[in-house]
Write a protein that binds this ligand. Structure first.
Ligand code: NI
Length: 271
């Protein structure tokens, strides 16, 4: 798959369950501005059948190279980010994986069972990253159990392999000089932002500021019937140059830690 095809298919699949992203993109490009993506985030489990080393393949083939690694101890996540070697305008790719061995025995058993239920060939398909949920229709009871321990695992169980979020590159938005101005505009338009860790995660001193919408809430079919749960969210990133004038291209672990909570059902209720 070429980079364009891969990114287009990820966007298509993402907006199918994140209608807010398409609406916000349309809103921001109303005056003819071109919306560019800062990064695309993907989630997985660190089981060797589906870990980062498996999911990164189509990106490496499309010209991406690994750049930074990140640890999110409290969420038991490890992540890597990738940049395109030739196209500096291409969005960065951020892939995280849940460190199963650090989770409870119960969670490990559930994930093992889910993956064991899939045909081994499924894991070998080159576009696994676009395959969505490759196991049977989820059980809401199991979703709830997973969610108690890890919102991340629960999200993976229901939605599978797909982009978790796309991120607007705020530096490229001609109409908004600051992330505050963009946030204010979105709130005035009726969008709800994730307030966990403050509306803006990070600071100019950290060279990266991020905000995000709360995840869309859609009716999802479970074995027990339809339940309304958060799907994906849309993120906004503003980057700053370092002392040498180079724009910071990495990520701030403490900020991403809070951004992960944008699909947390508990926050949906709290806000
Ligand atoms: Ni992000």
């Amino acid at each position: 798959m070429t980079k364009e095809e891969l990114l287009d298919r990820l966007w298509e699949q993402y907006t199918a369950i994140t209608p807010s992203a398409e609406k916000i993109e349309a809103l921001l490009s109303k005056n003819g501005s071109l919306i560019t993506n800062d990064h695309i985030a993907l989630r997985t489990f660190n089981d060797s059948r589906v870990n980062i080393a498996v999911l990164e393949k189509p990106f490496l083939e499309a010209g991406y190279a690994p750049c930074g690694t990140y640890d999110f101890a409290s969420k038991k996540l490890f992540a890597k980010h990738y940049e395109h070697t030739l196209d500096k305008q291409a969005p960065r790719i951020f892939i995280s994986e849940l460190e199963l061995e650090k989770c409870s025995a119960g969670l490990q058993r559930i994930v093992q069972k889910i993956l064991d239920s899939c045909d081994a060939e499924t894991f070998k398909q080159p576009d696994l990253i676009l395959a969505g949920r490759i196991w049977e229709k989820p059980s809401h009871a199991l979703y709830s159990i997973l969610r108690e321990e890890s919102e991340y695992a629960a999200w993976m169980y229901v939605f599978g392999f797909r982009a978790n979020h796309f991120t607007v590159n705020v530096n490229d938005l001609a109409d908004f000089k600051t992330l505050e101005a963009l946030n204010l505009f979105l709130e005035n338009e009726g969008w709800k932002l994730n307030l966990s860790g403050g509306k803006i995660k990070g600071s100019p001193a950290q060279l990266l500021e991020q905000s995000s919408t709360l995840g869309d809430v859609l009716g999802i079919e479970f074995k027990e019937g339809r339940y309304y749960i958060p799907t994906c969210y849309y993120e906004f990133a503003k980057r700053y140059p370092d002392a040498s004038g180079q724009l910071f291209l990495g990520f701030i672990a403490s900020s991403a830690n809070k951004i992960f909570e944008s699909t947390d059902v508990k926050l949906q209720v709290a806000q």
